[in-house]
Design a protein around this ligand. Structure first.
Ligand code: SAM
Length: 300
């Protein structure tokens, strides 16, 4: 079977041939795995997830039905998705959805793909918020798909959130997720540069800002597919974190807290920035599952 990516409808003329026998689940998975192998650390999983999408069934069903045959249309559609993945496109963008904190989010190439390590930021924020029983106001800066803000709102019914982003396209995606999760009455979206034009005081301000140093980013695959606006932290990686820490006081309620995601090896620099602006604030840094210092928490 030819598993080169087909470019036009004519390439599939075989599917109209009377003798054409549709491939089985097992056959297409094996071929897909071979194609995806060079660019993915999990080619088998990727191949299964894409086929499950096309066949509108679960991965478990695929494993239990290796001899089931694809319909001709399914075969064509599957080849297209596999070709995209083999070309390097991240699986979440092909699927159009990704899971974060146990819930499904719509995503597209205008937003960062939600990361497992960012769930850690949500856990830290919830830990702080749950100690407080009053109605609380949260500001999230750089919301992207809205995965952090939406997760906080769904976990805590007494929250109100303002979520910002400089990218209008990102905010459109966040709006879609807000509608899908039916929480529109407790969140406002604002297009702005960090805190510019943000009024009011917030009990908790959180952010996962772009923090990858530009030179490092230029050599990473993520920079090819995900928005640079979401990743590029300027020459040293601290361009947004530095501004954020210098300006956050003006939106913090008395005794308010800050939760920030940082990159690997950025903890000491961020700690000194906080010490400058908030000399008396205790700073706590917690590790992600890979053991990197990932989330910075300070209470004012
Ligand atoms: C690392 S992504 C985080 C997205 C999402 N919060 C998440 O954790 O998956 C950073 C986000 O900050 C936004 N951003 C970049 N520069 C910004 C700025 N100056 N002001 C506000 N948002 C900004 C980007 O558009 C992007 O959506």
């Amino acid at each position: 079977m030819n598993w080169q990516p087909a470019k036009k409808q004519n390439d599939y003329v075989q599917t109209r041939n009377k003798n054409f026998s549709p491939p089985t689940v097992n056959q297409v998975l094996q071929n897909a795995q071979k194609m995806i192998g060079p660019i993915s650390e999990s080619p088998r999983l990727d191949a299964q997830v894409l086929l499950a999408k096309i066949m509108k069934n679960s991965r478990t069903w695929l494993v239990a039905h290796p001899k089931s045959r694809l319909g001709a249309q399914e075969d064509v559609q599957y080849r297209r998705l596999v070709a995209r993945r083999a070309h390097g496109e991240p699986l979440p963008y092909i699927l159009g959805t990704w899971e974060f904190f146990g819930r499904r989010f719509q995503i597209n190439p205008s937003v960062l793909i939600p990361r497992a390590e960012t769930e850690h930021l949500v856990e830290e924020a919830l830990g702080l918020l749950r100690n407080n029983r009053s109605v609380l106001k949260v500001l999230e800066v750089g919301t992207g798909s809205g995965c952090i803000a939406v997760s906080l709102l769904l976990e805590m019914r007494s929250l109100g959130v303002v979520a910002t982003d400089i990218s209008l396209q990102a905010l459109r995606t966040a709006a879609q997720n807000i509608v899908n999760h039916a929480i529109g009455d407790r969140i406002d979206l604002v297009q702005t540069d960090l805190f510019s034009g943000i009024r009011g005081q917030f009990d908790l301000v959180c952010a996962n800002l772009p923090y990858i140093p530009r030179k490092v980013l230029n050599n990473l695959q993520v920079g090819r597919w995900e928005p640079r606006l979401a990743l590029d932290g300027g020459e040293d990686g601290f361009i947004y974190l530095r501004r954020f820490i210098a300006e956050v006081a003006k939106v913090l309620a008395p005794g308010g807290s800050v939760v920030l995601e940082i990159g690997e090896g950025q903890d000491e620099e961020v700690r000194s920035m906080i010490r400058l602006g908030f000399p008396r604030a205790p700073v706590r840094i917690s590790k992600d599952l890979a053991g990197y210092n990932r989330v910075v928490v300070f209470e004012t």
